[in-house]
Design a protein around this ligand. Structure first.
Ligand code: ATP
Ligand code: MG
Length: 112
């Protein structure tokens, strides 16, 4: 199993969700986070003055998927989260040791 952690633009969440759903990927956790990348934040203009927003609001999607699905899911997220501008986000893939479905006691990929 793999965990996919995707940090995306909040306004892209619906599009990413819909693209995943079209390929039958439904289970996910979503959280509102703040972060920064290489540009160390983002410049905002307010009343003619520029400010540095050090931590920019983003959305993090976490999905634990079968090994065989991981590459596909990463590609769906990449395509649907893309704008081509800085701050489009990042996707990390981690190995997952075990999963347990509380209701049934199923383990591993069967628990997903
Ligand atoms: N190396 C990292 N470790 C942890 N979180 C990261 C990392 N890089 C990016 N993030 C998270 O992803 C968000 C979006 O990053 P962002 O897309 O700006 O990355 P970038 O490397 O600056 O790429 P770009 O040049 O396209 O902006 C950040 O706000 C942060 O939450
Ligand atoms: Mg950036």
């Amino acid at each position: 199993m793999k965990k996919i952690e995707a940090i995306i633009r909040p306004e892209k969440l619906n599009e990413v969700k819909a693209a995943l759903e079209r390929e039958n990927h439904f289970s996910m956790s979503v959280m509102e986070i703040r972060g920064r990348g290489k540009q160390k934040g983002a410049m905002l203009t307010w009343r003619g003055t520029e400010y540095l927003m050090e931590m920019v609001p983003k959305v993090k999607i976490e999905m634990v998927v079968r090994d065989e699905s991981a590459e596909k899911v990463v590609e769906i997220i990449r395509r649907s989260a893309y704008t081509g501008k800085i701050g489009d986000g990042k996707v990390f893939v981690l190995p997952i040791e075990e999963a347990v479905r509380v209701r049934t006691g199923e383990r591993g990929e069967d628990a997903l």
